[in-house]
Write a protein that binds this ligand. Sequence first.
Ligand SMILES: [Zn+2]
Length: 485
Amino acid sequence: MTNHLATIFSQHSFLGGCNRAFRHKWFDEYGWWFVYSSKLDGAFCVCCALFTKPADRKKLGVMINSPFAKWHHKSDVIGHHPKKVSHAFAVQEAELFIQSVENPETTIPILTDSIRQINMDENRHILKSVAETVLYCGRQCIALRGDNEHLQSQREPQSSNKAQPTGRTQPSGNPGNFLALMKLLANHDKKLKQHMESPKLRNATYLSPQTQNEMIDVIGKLMIQAKIVEEIKEAQIYTIMVDEVTSHNIELMPLCIRFVDKDCNIREELLEICAMARITGKHIASTVKGVLSGLGIHLADCRGQGYDGASNMSSENVGVQALIKKDAPKAVYTHCSGHCLNLVIAHSCAIPIVRNTLDKMKSTVLFFTYSPKREGLLKEVAKKGAQSMGQMKPLIDVCRTRWAARHEAYSHFYNSFIHIIKSLEVISLGQHSDEYSQDVTTGWACQNKVEARGLLSGLETFDFVITFVTVYQFRSHLAGITVKL
Ligand SMILES: [Zn+2]
């Protein structure tokens, strides 16, 4: 080692009146930044030479851009070098560089990256809960929004809403199903709880109505719709079904696609609900074409169209079916069988004897369901009369126009008919008082007795019984058809 150093530092120069050379002990005299180049026979500051910014480098000279070898000026040049501001910066840069090589995990970029990663993980965790909650509400068909979307509002004592002198209806403080579910999840999730109670960024809580809508859009468009479109493209040929409905004064047009999937199941899927400015054949047809082409579904592969019989849909010149056929000649138009069936049933309701029967049935149902006392009597009569409680189910109100879908209501009425007659006899005529408790057999108001007598006389007629049984019988056949259409 000594020989080696002797060789390195053996270059002598005649300077300041005598031969001078670099000395090894100078390494100890100055800092670690001080280095010697045997090739150039001069000293450098390694920090300044390597870490000075290019812009500052031009102003600097010896020990940085060129070697220092005037050893007789050593103390002036080398001794003063550490006092330079540029040197202090260069040393700092060099130390950071060494640290980043020796302990990479402590450097700022790595630390920033790991903090970013932690934030990303936390945000993903929270977004996952948000997405799951939105999906849950969607699957269960429950509304997301509440009338007062503040998590804190539920904690306020209910007494604060009491005794409003103005008599105004106060908000219930229900934050809605979405926020309530998020709160429930947070009870079992520390990260979520912390986020909901004190979010790191108040403008990024992921709980706002906007986030809920964005989440619904993302799930609806990018996941559910994309999957359906993929399956339709796989099936290639398909049929379209379109209808219009008015909701909150907005004309909406649901577009459904019927196709056979790869497992040979006949599928009917809702593809899009479009808000319509106008509902002429031209507008509907162009909207349908726009939606399909936007999703990359070829209209030429359409083999069928099913709409209601309205002229804007069915017209051979300006109807949707004619306009679609221009681009898809093989798309056969069929008047929707479900609509046809409903029209037939609705027309049958117009027959006076059927209409009277249904009106009597509806009045009877309302008579019992609108009063807990009358319903209590019916239940007691049914309980004693029926072989088991299972036979007696609550009477369901009957909707005349959509009655194809209300088979249950007729079935319950049919099964409860005897009990209904008996209950009406109890109320109107005071009969069967020995069979049932006094609570339900006595104390009927005069108005109730009159109504019950009217209903009883209506239900006991030959016309009613025959018509009801006929309607009930043919309806029971329709129940299966309705499901299959
Ligand atoms: Zn330096």
